[in-house]
Design a protein around this ligand. Sequence first.
Ligand code: HEM
Length: 130
Amino acid sequence: MPDIENRTDLELLMVNFYGKVLLDQVIGHFFTEVVKLDMDKHIPVIVNFWESVLLEKSSYQGNVLDVHERLHHLSAFRDEHFERWVTVFKETVDELFAGINAEKLKQRATSIATVMKIKLVYGGIGLQKG
Ligand code: HEM
């Protein structure tokens, strides 16, 4: 299997990932009900994000933690939501790609999900003010 090398690979990965999560019993509703995402707009943003994380481009200019904090206030995230997100993400990578970048992407996704989970589900690590 090929490794992830460029934006086209990330697009393929994300189209497949969202193909699964939109239908998912555990987390699908975040994308279809909590926010009614327009995928034609969302996919390029998410591809920018992963391109910035993995391929050292600076195409993503947003703040991913703030976006999910806002979502959390609309519909609270739980542990199982992050577990499911990470499982589907890794599954999708493994179905399509193999190699150093594929491994790096899964690791980054897992650590970002862990940071989000600690911040949102467990209320941080107690070092923030307030
Ligand atoms: C429980 C797991 C998660 C759910 C249900 C979820 C759901 C969503 C939804 C509904 C949006 C659209 C928000 C909007 O446009 O108003 C979004 C945006 C996004 N998500 Fe997640 N997410 C999860 C975890 C993650 C993780 C772990 C990452 C990264 C590793 C991530 C990366 C992103 C990015 C990059 C965006 C776009 C942010 C922007 O518009 O600037 N998500 N997510």
